[in-house]
Design a protein around this ligand. Sequence first.
Ligand SMILES: Cc1cc2nc3c(=O)[nH]c(=O)nc-3n(C[C@H](O)[C@H](O)[C@H](O)COP(=O)(O)O)c2cc1C
Length: 181
Amino acid sequence: METIQCIEGRRSVRRFKQEQIPEKTLEELVSAASYAPSWKNTQTVRYTAIYDQALIARIANEAIPDFPANQKTILGAPVLIVVTTIDKRSGYDRDGTFSTSKGTHWQSFDAGLSVQTFCLAAHDKGIGTVVLGIYDEAAVSRLLDIPEGESVSALIPLGYPNEEPHMPLRKTTDILLRIIK
Ligand SMILES: Cc1cc2nc3c(=O)[nH]c(=O)nc-3n(C[C@H](O)[C@H](O)[C@H](O)COP(=O)(O)O)c2cc1C
């Protein structure tokens, strides 16, 4: 697929076929994500892939308390990816102090770059994804036994699409782009 076609054609997919995603394919997606840029090449983003439907159901029921739409999306996914990031590296100097006035901001920035790369690679292979930001981080960490020093950055249900979502309106470049000559 052409790069621009992949970027423009990716949509958030919230309904999936039950067809399974091979582990090998997931490895390819995470490998693609490893090419994303990161703060001083620290590569702090980690992917946990959950196939266990009982665990997915527990996450939907115990870690998405007040948002039924996300519960439904997760319950319908053959695989749930939990994206975590290692704390206190991205945006930090070696002596443990912040490198910039933005503090911990760069940790999420790196996660976003990695996740978008992952999602574009998935789309290229005909696999649908949606980034979920509404979840109870403490509950997800507890259910997955996420190691101390890692934060949950996003959930990504994924699978072969069972819908063709329309494209939410995009702002035009006269709003998005400022050119200084
Ligand atoms: C940081 C972030 C958090 C998001 N959280 C959710 C979410 O909790 N639930 C959901 O259904 N979609 C979520 N989305 C998906 C957005 O709603 C979606 O990307 C946006 O509407 C544009 O649609 P598109 O991805 O199809 O282009 C999130 C996206 C991002 C980048």
